[in-house]
Design a binder for this molecule. Structure first.
Ligand code: 1GP
Length: 247
């Protein structure tokens, strides 16, 4: 076995280890549809400066092929691992490092529970992408999110604490390796800390939290309430000089 293989750890193992050690992780989310190619080097430079653990790439609606072009170009400027966070199977790119293989567990639309996943299998033939089974739970963020619109599913109300906890636990029992609690990109209200604490208390797998987290205080509150990995998209889009220190 080559040395690189002996020493390599997967992205999932890194997240699991960080969660076990209470080391908090940050991902910056980039939606390739919102980026023009001449901006890619600048975006990469800003991301290098922030130094997140991961760059998530995806969006609810991304033009076919745009993810592949973005990831290919981005990797010329940035060595931070790229994790696909796809809104549909057409966003799978073998140029990335890993793929969150998502099931929209809060919804009841078979298209996002199994149909997209079936189509993804074909695209993943021969792929070396690390595939990470992830339960994705959309919680009401106070406005209509693109996920809600595109998936045609309702988010779970933040008042329905038990339903959110039960959904997360069902995801764990189904074999998901991560649970992603999502208020939706640009959410007015992030997933509240009571929900984060309650979900964290029942899970034995790492918890990702995203949607509407803009300030350092909000991000820290999410970490303190059990988020192992926080995802920030809009705050970075709106201020490319967003920093870990200032939020
Ligand atoms: C969206 O959780 C991510 O899927 C990030 O949300 O754009 O609101 O940071 P924001």
């Amino acid at each position: 076995m080559p040395l690189t293989q002996i020493n390599s750890t997967t992205i999932l193992e890194n997240i699991q280890r960080a969660a076990a050690n209470n080391d908090k992780l940050l991902a910056i989310l980039i939606d390739p549809d919102k980026v023009v190619s001449k901006e890619i080097s600048t975006i990469a430079e800003k991301i290098n400066h922030i130094g997140p653990d991961y760059v998530f790439v995806g969006g609810s609606t991304v033009e076919s092929g745009a993810t592949d072009i973005f990831v290919g170009a981005f990797k010329n400027y940035c060595d931070i691992p790229v994790v696909l966070f796809p809104g549909c199977e057409s966003q799978i790119s073998n140029k990335a490092d890993a793929l969150l293989f998502l099931s929209l567990l809060s919804g009841r639309n078979p298209e996002y529970l199994i149909e997209q996943q079936l189509r993804a299998v074909k695209k993943l033939e021969g792929s070396s992408l690390e595939i990470i089974p992830t339960g994705y739970i959309l919680v009401d963020g106070g406005n209509t999110s693109s996920v809600q619109r595109v998936s045609n599913t309702a988010p779970i109300s933040q008042d329905a604490l038990k339903a959110i906890v039960t959904t997360a636990k069902a995801g764990e029992y189904m074999g998901k390796q991560l649970i992603y609690l999502e208020a939706g990109s640009g959410a007015q209200i992030p997933v509240n800390t009571e929900i984060l604490q309650a979900v964290k208390a029942v899970l034995h797998i790492p918890m990702i939290v995203g949607g509407g987290l803009r300030s350092k205080a909000q991000i820290n509150a999410a970490y303190e309430s059990g988020a192992d990995l926080v995802v920030v998209g809009t705050a970075f889009e709106q201020n490319l000089n967003f920093s870990k220190a200032n939020g």
